[in-house]
Design a protein around this ligand. Structure first.
Ligand SMILES: NC(=O)c1ccc[n+]([C@@H]2O[C@H](COP(=O)([O-])OP(=O)(O)OC[C@H]3O[C@@H](n4cnc5c(N)ncnc54)[C@H](O)[C@@H]3O)[C@@H](O)[C@H]2O)c1
Length: 374
């Protein structure tokens, strides 16, 4: 399938490069509201630079990859659908559930596909953890925790403003990986209780080129509370950009027969730790599994697995075979409702009950991965 990218910023390189990993799409053109960015990417990756309007009316392109900032996601998805194109968007799907439902309505009217990141839960660690849970290695999951804490994004991203506006913050920007992973592992969420805080109303950029500029914080930078899942598991969470240092693990799940530590869901691999009742931890390394084999050098020099694009490739296969995609609109809408519910519960100081209840995405087998990989 010929696809086009709208949004040629920081993450676009990863998407341009992922066409070398998966076999069912080719990036033919790119666009950005800032023409210079589109021209730069077009030169670097040997594709055509177009205006946003021209890429949307480009008859050769069947799908748009939406890599714009969160506040533009809905607009670009709706424009893609109106132009008769499928759309795969970076997370979050939209700013709130109302926008998400508008996308859902048009998607079904147009009989097109909309999919959404994150797709990291399809990686070796997420799929192996799912298999271990389904094989009853820790028994029924009844409790758990997830923790993501750091001191924000203004020290590395060249344009970090959007992280501190509605549609981002630690839950919409990073919690999205943890929530999606948990739905992959134990199914959909039923209700939410949360509290929020903002340690400082301003942040100072320390990355280049805008070092020293101020950002006004417009969304809470700490959210904590608990999620109750439809399987009755209760998961406590702590999402913050106000913490310098901590010693919690990313996701811990407690079952009737043992415990499991799931690695950072922002990555495709990493070790799973598992215990039988109170016995010692057993380490399960996932680096030799498909979608776990290190293929990239990270900023700190370590080798990591980065197979971003698997969700897009799976969706294109789903379009060809008229089946449900794993990074589906139903899943993204539910994750969006959970994220909005976390904010709303903290604002209203009451329990938030969810309306949406998608199926767990189907397990991704080795044969299916081999079918999509070059
Ligand atoms: N940077 C990362 O490491 C990373 C990782 C995973 C996901 N994401 C997600 O990807 C998305 C983009 O992130 P980024 O870091 O690349 O941001 P960015 O600010 O670097 O790039 C976004 C680009 O979109 C363009 N844009 C904004 N509004 C537009 C519009 N209406 N029409 C056309 N172009 C428009 C901007 O000019 C910019 O070039 C975000 O939703 C983010 O959450 C980023």
């Amino acid at each position: 399938m010929k696809v086009g990218i709208i949004g040629c910023g920081n993450i676009s390189e990863t998407y341009f490069n992922c066409q070398k990993i998966f076999n069912n799409f080719e990036i033919a053109a790119c666009a950005d509201i800032n023409t210079e960015y589109a021209i730069k990417c077009a030169e670097q990756f040997n594709v055509k630079a177009q205006s946003v309007d021209d890429i949307l009316s480009n008859k050769d392109i069947d799908l748009i990859i939406n890599l714009t900032i969160p506040s533009a996601h809905k607009e670009i998805i709706i424009k893609s659908l109106k132009a008769g194109k499928h759309c795969f968007s970076e997370k979050p799907l939209a700013m709130n559930i109302e926008e998400g439902l508008e996308i859902q309505k048009l998607t079904s009217e147009k009989k097109l596909y909309v999919g959404c990141a994150p797709d990291t839960f399809l990686g070796a660690a997420g799929q192996n953890a799912r298999k271990l849970i389904e094989n009853n290695k820790i028994g029924k999951v009844v409790l758990g925790t997830f923790n993501l804490m750091s001191h924000g994004m203004e020290h590395w991203h060249p344009n970090p403003d959007f992280f501190f506006k509605p549609g981002a913050g630690p839950v919409f920007d990073l919690g999205v990986y943890y929530i999606t992973q948990l739905i992959n592992l134990i199914g959909p969420v039923k209700s939410i209780s949360s509290a929020s805080g903002t340690a400082t109303q301003e942040r100072i950029i320390t990355s280049e080129p805008r070092n020293g500029e101020k950002i006004i914080v417009e969304t809470p930078t700490t959210l904590l509370g608990s999620l109750e899942f439809h399987n009755n598991a209760k998961i406590q969470f702590f999402c913050s950009w106000d913490v310098w240092k901590h010693n919690h693990s990313t996701i811990e799940l407690y079952g009737l027969a043992g415990s499991m530590i799931v690695p950072d869901p922002n990555f495709f691999s990493g070790d799973i730790l598992i215990s039988k009742k109170d016995e010692d931890w057993e380490t399960i390394n996932n680096d030799s599994m498909l979608l776990g084999i290190p293929n990239k050098t990270d900023n700190d020099g370590s080798k990591i697995a980065n197979y971003r694009g698997i969700g897009l490739s799976d969706m294109i296969d789903a379009i060809h075979n008229q089946r449900n995609a794993r990074c589906s609109l139903d899943l993204a809408l539910h994750v969006l409702e959970v994220m909005e519910g976390i904010i709303k519960s903290s604002e209203l100081k009451e329990v938030f009950y969810l309306n949406s209840k998608p199926n767990q995405p189907k397990f991704l087998s080795d044969d299916e991965i081999k079918n999509l990989k070059i």
